[in-house]
Ligand binder design. Sequence first.
Ligand code: BES
Ligand code: MN
Ligand code: ZN
Length: 508
Amino acid sequence: MTALTLSTSAAPGLRADAIVIGVAKGAKGPVVAPGAEAVDKAYDGKLAGVLETLGASGAEGELTKLPAPAGFKSALVIAVGLGTVPDDGTGYGAEALRRAAGVAARTLNGAKKAAFALPVEDAAAVGAIAEGVLLGAYSFDVYKDNGSSAKAKADKAPLAEATLLGGKPRDAAHKAALARATAVSEELNRARDLINTPPNDLTPAAFAAIAQRAAKEHGLKVQVLDDKALAKDGYGGILGVGGGSAATPRLVKLSYTSPGADKHLAFVGKGITYDSGGISLKPAGHNETMKCDMSGAAAVFAAVVSAARLGLEVNVTGWLALAENMPSGSAVRPGDVLRMYSGKTVEVLNTDAEGRLVLADALWAASAENPDAIVDVATLTGAMMLALGSRTFGIMANDDAFRTAIHEAAEEVGEPAWPMPLPEHLRKGMDSPTADIANMGERMGGGLVAGLFLREFVGEGITWAHLDIAGPAFNEGGAFGYTPKGGTGSAVRTLVRLAELTAEGDLG
Ligand code: BES
Ligand code: MN
Ligand code: ZN
């Protein structure tokens, strides 16, 4: 990952491949953003005009390259769009900075060193720019270029070094913001790696082994239940879903405990390492990206490790419900009844509604510890993508205030999210003539039906929320802002923020 430093040096004397500056959209054309004064001065104060001549407007995501002025030690200036100038001429929002830094960092893949001269007003800006750089520079090429030259590989490698100008290396708040951004971005990028890893390599056992290694490294407690242990304890949901695959399922429990904590959060992640649909097989066109179906577990994993690295004063337990959903002679059939870990029976009407089955067992296991709140994260339904599109996750909860708090936390960290209801009338669609409940209900409102199903497996009186990240978990389009193609790491930053708020006593 890119190495970041803070520096108060002036842009002209910096030896780098490029200097990144901000340009915003003003009423009468592009405006050079604060932070780039030295660069503007070297252009005789006419940089805005130069940029306009080159076609720049300052729109978000826009990128303009120009030769650095004479006397500069870098060859290139990269002007990146920040969107509309804020009313007061300063106060560029964290998300605008994060996105702009991300766009610039991505175009700098292959470069050795860049200086970022974006507007830095406070420590929050330092954190946002750092996150933008670290997340935007991400690339996944483990499986690429086999046999190609070292040079070809280096051309695509993430930006090696970045200096954030205006960030004060001796300011405690600036340093803390940089350290936080580094820890969270590193773990988030690791979640992206897990999501992008093909399912023939990332089996439930492989994922569990990675969690065990990370636990050792960061002083977490870890417990892995394999198929035999799951059978002994009666985890019928996870075993049912995983039963069709030669790669057997796992339930991983990762615990971070802080000596100063008086609150306990449980995060539960859907970890379907591949979702073929099972006997209710998905048609071609719907299964090519289904390695992403463990994105919830990846997010939970990253959030727990982040909480540990940040030393938050809150206990956080992560539950990874890992299974591969495959059709075979030992697979669960439509019509089968599973006895779940909670003791409830479920009639499986569609084996492609598997996420709720593994989550149900993990939610019940998490409930047994009576945490202050449980948040599950899952690529659960295509219906949620139809409702909210591919960049926004849905939030459902059994507590309105908790749902609102999560929505606000998501907004604060720059993750688009939206509250969704759990309409009671949809419950009866899951009535089963044979079992306590069926794993499918009405087609309309399918994302909410899934939420209602999960609610039945949350322990009595426990505050719970469900994040359906089916849309934003995996970016099938082109990269934008600091979001790459492929696995995005959706929900990691919201979960980390929730843990921070809980530690600070600002939540529940
Ligand atoms: N993993 C899918 C949901 C999904 C679809 C995630 C597209 C990301 C992109 C989930 O297991 C699934 O198949 N859900 C079904 C449920 C239905 C059978 C009730 C769906 O949404 O079609
Ligand atoms: Mn499915
Ligand atoms: Zn699935």
